[in-house]
Ligand binder design. Structure first.
Ligand SMILES: [Zn+2]
Length: 173
């Protein structure tokens, strides 16, 4: 496994709709493993393939917060939200592509998702709490959508300007 550099907002690759995965190759499995390593190292609870520059419908997540519990590394190819609750939840979200910026985002509090797992088996599960928020945030990435797109234009522009400044500083360093 190897860590991959995470693309920072603003970047055109974070605004594109990603392609479905049709053939689950060893390369894609390796990519999923690399993404998990990158996510745990960051540290973060979710990562989508476009954040490492791959325009394929692949996300990884692990929202297990209890430090005594076993990790739950989850790999989802072609994840799709099949059903969402009317009840909604507000979480303060962040993003590895938008470091150190956080904002409240309202989403359905429960979602049923289907996906292909690392072995290509079709899976379906219903998520709530942080898992529900995280899986929706990551699936949004596959559709070129960021959590700041849920915010008002002023707040979004403020965050984007901060990120542009951060990227200029990083480029000079
Ligand atoms: Zn994100």
């Amino acid at each position: 496994m190897a860590k991959r550099p995470i693309i920072l907002h603003p970047d055109p690759r974070l605004k594109k709709v990603c392609d479905p995965v049709s053939d689950l190759s060893d390369d894609l499995r390796r990519l999923a493993d690399d993404m998990l390593e990158t996510m745990y190292d960051a540290p973060g609870i979710g990562l989508a393939a476009p954040q490492v520059g791959v325009m394929s419908r692949l996300i990884v997540l692990d929202c297990e917060k209890n430090e005594d519990a076993d990790p739950r590394p989850t790999v989802m190819f072609n994840p799709e939200v099949k059903a969402a609750s009317d009840e909604r939840n507000i979480y303060e979200e962040g993003c590895l592509s938008i470091p150190d910026q956080y904002a409240d985002v309202e989403r359905p509090s429960e979602v049923t998702v289907t996906w292909l797992d690392r072995d290509g088996r079709l899976q379906e599960d219903t998520f709530d709490g942080l898992w529900a928020t995280c899986v929706q945030h990551e699936i949004d990435h596959l559709n070129g959508k960021l959590f700041i797109d849920y915010l008002g234009p002023m707040k979004r522009q403020m965050i984007t300007r901060k990120m542009q400044k951060l990227k200029r500083e990083k480029a000079r360093a």
